[in-house]
Design a protein around this ligand. Structure first.
Ligand SMILES: [Ca+2]
Ligand SMILES: [Ca+2]
Ligand SMILES: [Ca+2]
Ligand SMILES: [Ca+2]
Ligand SMILES: [Zn+2]
Length: 582
């Protein structure tokens, strides 16, 4: 290269203004936008830096493409170590294209850390609860959603290479941004013998013809060419492993459950997250945020799964109904019965293997893009009325009135190497499964507040000694009671009946006493006790949501006695009384 030209070019490059660095300002966070992976990480770092005592930020592991899967632990150590308190786990974007799930996690973390000093009740909740937040499980595809030409339907899977079409090559025929507009949109071709026609009320809308009608178009799928010249287009896109079919309960091979992977936890991210969760025995509730439908989903996810015990159903139902209130429009549903059957889901594994209650939160309802006045019927039948999605003509009216038409890319001609003269257009990347940004703040707030409401239902025990009865000759009857002020039991029925975790313990201790017998007090009026056989100073038990647990001991001696209740998912509680003879 000519030296002068090189110098001029170097000067030109140097004189260009640097790309605006993203600066996190925690005091003025903006929530009507989407944060890409680098920005999410910057917010996490900023939260950690601003609250080093209240947070731990650590990578659970590296993804297929070597990105960190970050866990932000939020806990006030002044009120105890995080593992000694009931824990709430929240994650997002296990499907990489479901980007707003990450934003809910981020908003939750920000609310907890930035507002617990301002809101008294949040401060109380903050003091007694630990939060574990993994904003992005599928970091690879959520990153690529922003970086690569994309579509709301592209990027669900983990980027584990896979030969989808069995031609010996992996991931060889991806989508292509043919017109270079940075998005992967629809292709259509004019064809009188095709399947679709233009909607009479809106020329942008292409609808399926009814039998006997004259066709005008044939849809050709998403933008792409036959990259490997095998006669098919977009037949082997990167991936495919669905991280939400890769968990180790009722996992099924690919011929039963598409996308399940070669074996459970074969995706690096699911393995990393599961290792953390299995060791975190204080967790009492999990949220797994996805992006479509407006639902709080619980298991069973599959007809093969065992039924949920009645006690746990009560807990799910109580919490789920409240979830419908906090986020209006959401429905509390059973995944396998009300939606469809799946195998190897995250929430199923959480509940069935770890005994931790879990909801899938399906954020955003496209019914929110309806455009109707009082008494208006749905506008423009597109044959899609079974769903809650407004008809396409109506969505276009919403698009025009509220989004200046920016949600849809109008059809534009393109010369395709295989198809010839075609058109490219359609609903743009940040639409359809993703809400318009002006709807974000309310969506984030309502969903985060529901997580906090649920956290407020975590086991919260108090213990009291209800009786110290002097029976003479240094013999005492001591009765004690634990009261759970939360709706969530100290152990789920699943965890307890399947012995997933040891039972909680009520203990009595005192320097001057010998414990003769002890057991759960079943009926205090008729003295019905279920005595423990060995080591009577410790009575294994649990306490139901909004429930009580009473325990009785006979002890010999005098002096102070202390009763203590300990359990994996509740803060230890104790109280003391003096046994002093007459
Ligand atoms: Ca292939
Ligand atoms: Ca394009
Ligand atoms: Ca091909
Ligand atoms: Ca191929
Ligand atoms: Zn999903």
């Amino acid at each position: 290269m000519n030296r002068t030209i090189f110098t001029i070019m170097a000067l030109l490059i140097l004189s260009l203004p640097a790309a605006a660095e993203f600066q996190v300002d925690l005091d003025h966070m903006v929530w009507d936008r989407y944060y890409d992976n680098d920005e999410v990480n910057a917010v996490l770092q900023a939260l950690h830096k601003a609250h080093p005592d209240l947070t731990e930020l650590r990578s659970l592991g590296k993804s297929e493409e070597n990105r960190d899967v970050w866990l932000l632990t939020i806990n006030d150590p002044a009120t105890g170590p995080h593992q000694d308190k009931p824990g709430i786990y929240v994650d997002g974007a296990i499907h990489g294209n479901e980007i707003q799930a990450t934003e809910v996690c981020l908003y939750l973390a920000w609310t907890l850390l930035e507002r617990h000093d301002d809101w008294t009740k949040l401060g109380e909740l903050f003091a007694r609860t630990s939060f574990y937040i993994v904003p992005t499980v599928n970091v690879d595809n959520r990153s690529r959603f922003f970086e690569d030409p994309s579509s709301y339907n592209i990027g669900r899977s983990a980027r584990v290479p896979h030969d989808d079409d069995g031609d010996g090559l992996e991931d060889e025929d991806d989508y292509d941004d043919l017109d270079g507009d940075g998005e992967i949109l629809q292709m259509r071709i004019r064809d009188p013998h095709g399947t679709h026609k233009t909607h009479p009320d809106d020329p942008r809308v292409t609808i399926r013809i009814k039998p006997g009608e004259q066709a005008e178009w044939r849809l050709l799928g998403m933008e792409g060419i036959d990259n490997d010249h095998d006669g098919r287009i977009n037949e082997d896109t990167p991936g495919y492993l669905d991280m939400n079919r890769n968990w180790g309960f009722m996992w099924q091979p690919r011929y039963v459950q598409g996308g399940s992977g070669n074996y459970p936890f074969s995706a690096r991210n699911t393995k990393a997250v599961s290792d953390f969760l299995a060791a975190q025995t204080n967790l009492c509730f999990g949220f797994n945020f996805h992006n479509y439908g407006g639902m709080w989903l619980r298991g069973p996810g599959s007809d093969m799964s065992p039924p949920i015990p009645p006690g746990d159903l009560k807990v799910f139902d109580f919490l789920g109904v409240e979830g419908e209130r906090v986020v209006p429009g959401y429905r509390y549903l059973i995944a396998s019965k009300d939606l469809y059957e799946t195998h190897g889901d995250f929430d199923e594994w959480m509940y069935q293997c770890l005994g931790i209650y879990c909801f899938v939160g399906e954020l955003y309802m496209s019914s929110q893009t309806a455009y109707r006045g009082r008494g208006d019927a749905p506008n423009g039948d597109d044959g899609n009325l079974w769903s809650r999605r407004p008809p396409l003509v109506e969505r276009q009216k919403f698009n025009d009135a509220l989004m200046m038409g920016e949600m849809f890319r109008d059809w534009r001609p393109f010369t395709h190497p295989t198809y010839g003269e075609i058109e490219i257009g359609g609903w743009r990347t940040f639409t359809t499964r993703i809400p318009p940004t002006f709807m974000m703040p309310e969506m984030l707030h309502r969903n985060a507040m529901y997580v906090l409401w649920t956290a407020g239902q975590a086991p919260r025990l108090s213990v009291e000694i209800t009786e110290t009865k002097d029976l003479g000759d240094g013999l005492w009857r001591v009765r004690t009671r634990a009261v759970n002020a939360g709706a969530i039991p100290t152990l789920s029925d699943k965890a307890r009946t399947m012995s997933i975790l040891p039972l909680d313990e009520f203990r009595i201790a005192g320097d001057g006493i010998e414990v003769l017998s002890g057991g759960v007090l079943l009926d205090r009026w008729h003295d019905v006790v279920a005595p423990v056989e060995r080591r009577p100073h410790r009575v294994p038990t649990w306490t139901n949501g909004y429930g009580t647990r009473e325990v009785q001991w006979f002890v010999q001696g005098t002096g102070d006695v202390t009763v203590t209740y300990t359990g994996a998912k509740c803060r230890a509680q104790s109280t003391t009384a003096a046994l002093i003879g007459e």
